[in-house]
Design a protein around this ligand. Structure first.
Ligand SMILES: [Zn+2]
Length: 348
C-alpha cells in the first residue's frame, strides 16, 4: 500500500476539512482519480498507461482512443447521486463508530428517497471485504450463533423474519484480548459447512477452539490444532458451559446489539451477510487511530470494486461467489507518489 497515508494530507482529518476539500463533484472526481490511477490514467480497455483528460472530465486513452470516466467500472458507475453526497455518506459511514442507518443518511443529507440512501449504504457495504484478505491465525475461537429476526414488541408486536445461523471466528491475543473476527451465515451446523467456514476464514496451522459439537470432529485432519472444550466436562467441574468460548459469545452479543441499535433490528435475513461484513469491518478497525483513515480505505476499496446494479441489491443480496477484481489488477500498484498539484492529497 506504499507509505502510510496521513490525515490532512491524504485524507480529511475532520468534517470541516472534508467540506473544504470536496465542495464540488469535480473535487471528488479528482480525488477518486488519484486513488484509482495513482501513477496516471490507465485505460480500462487496453490497460495502457497514458491518455488525456477531455473537457467533459472523461479520459481518452492515447493508445486505443477509448473514452472513459474515473467512476466507470466502480461502485459510482452511472450514479445519479452527486459525488459530494456520496462522499458525505462515506464520511458518516466511516467516522460514526457504530455506522449509520439509511433513514439517518436520508435525513442528514436530505436525500429524496429512502431507497437511494439504502442503496448507497449497501453499495458501500459490498466493498468492505478486501479480495485476498488474510485468514485468521494463532488461537481462534469458533462457534455458531443465531442472529437476526425482529425482537417481539419492537414494532407493535410484529415478529418479522426469522433468525439466521451465523458462524463466528475470533482471534485470541496473548496473554489476553481479542484480535480480528469473521462472521458468515451458515445454512446449517453440519460438518460440511463448518469445515467450509473454517477453510474460508482460518489459516491452517491455527489452534481452533470449539465446543464439543460433533460438526467439528476431525478438523485436526484439515491442518488445524483442535482444542475441543466439552460442555459436559465443564458442568462436571461446576463451571458455566456457556462460558467455554467467552470471546465468540462477546462478539456475537456485540453484533446483535449493533443490529438492534444502529439498524433497529430491521435486517432482512437476505441482507444479513452484508450487515455482518459491516460489523466485522468495524470490529476489526475498532482501534484505528483515525476515523478519516477508514474513509480513505473505504474509497480506496470503492474505486476498484465492480459496479453494483440496484436490481442486484434487491434480487441477489447475498455476496457473489466470485471475488471482485483485486486492487491493482486494473492498473498499477497503488502508491502515494504523485506529481505535486494544488490539492492537499496531490502534494505528497
Ligand atoms: Zn486504451
Amino acid at each position: 500500500m506504499g507509505p502510510n497515508p496521513r490525515a490532512g494530507l491524504h485524507y480529511p482529518a475532520s468534517t470541516g476539512e472534508l467540506l473544504a476539500w470536496f465542495p464540488t463533484d469535480a473535487d471528488c472526481l479528482d480525488y477518486l482519480e488519484w486513488l484509482r490511477w495513482p501513477e496516471g490514467f490507465v485505460c480500462p480497455g487496453c490497460s495502457q498507461l497514458g491518455g488525456w483528460r477531455l473537457e467533459d472530465a472523461r479520459f481518452k486513452c492515447s493508445a486505443c482512443g477509448e473514452r472513459t470516466s474515473v467512476t466507470a467500472g466502480t461502485i459510482f458507475d452511472r450514479t445519479r447521486t452527486p459525488l459530494t453526497v456520496w462522499f458525505m455518506a462515506c464520511w458518516l459511514f466511516a467516522t460514526q463508530k457504530d455506522g449509520v442507518s439509511a433513514s439517518s443518511v436520508q435525513r442528514a443529507m436530505e436525500i429524496g428517497s429512502y431507497q437511494t440512501a439504502w442503496a448507497m449504504l449497501h453499495r458501500l457495504r459490498s466493498v468492505l471485504v478486501r479480495p485476498g484478505r488474510e485468514r485468521l491465525s494463532g488461537r481462534v475461537e469458533v462457534d455458531e450463533t443465531f442472529i437476526g429476526g425482529e425482537e417481539p414488541g419492537l414494532r407493535g408486536g410484529r415478529a418479522k423474519g426469522k433468525k439466521s445461523l451465523v458462524g463466528v471466528a475470533l482471534e485470541l491475543k496473548e496473554p489476553k484480548g481479542y484480535g480480528r473476527c469473521r462472521m458468515a451465515p451458515l445454512a446449517d451446523a453440519s460438518a460440511t459447512l463448518l469445515r467450509a467456514f473454517l477453510a474460508d476464514h482460518v489459516e491452517p496451522g491455527a489452534t481452533v477452539i470449539t465446543d464439543g459439537w460433533q460438526g467439528y470432529h476431525g478438523i485436526g485432519g484439515l491442518g488445524y490444532c483442535h482444542d475441543r472444550r466439552s460442555q459436559r466436562a465443564a458442568r462436571a467441574r461446576g463451571e458455566d458451559p456457556g462460558e467455554l468460548l467467552p470471546g465468540v459469545h462477546r462478539v456475537a452479543s456485540l453484533a446483535k446489539r449493533w443490529l438492534l441499535g444502529t439498524h433497529q433490528g430491521s435486517v432482512d435475513p437476505a441482507h444479513l451477510p452484508s450487515y455482518l461484513n459491516e460489523f466485522v469491518f468495524r470490529f476489526n478497525r475498532r482501534r484505528s487511530r483515525s476515523r478519516g483513515l477508514v474513509f480513505y480505505r473505504l474509497l480506496d476499496l470503492a474505486v476498484v470494486h465492480e459496479p453494483i446494479r440496484y436490481r442486484d441489491l434487491i434480487a441477489e443480496p447475498t455476496p457473489k461467489k466470485n471475488p471482485p477484481a483485486a486492487p491493482g489488477s486494473r492498473g498499477h500498484p497503488r502508491s502515494l507518489e504523485r506529481p505535486p498539484a494544488n490539492r492537499p492529497w496531490r502534494t505528497a
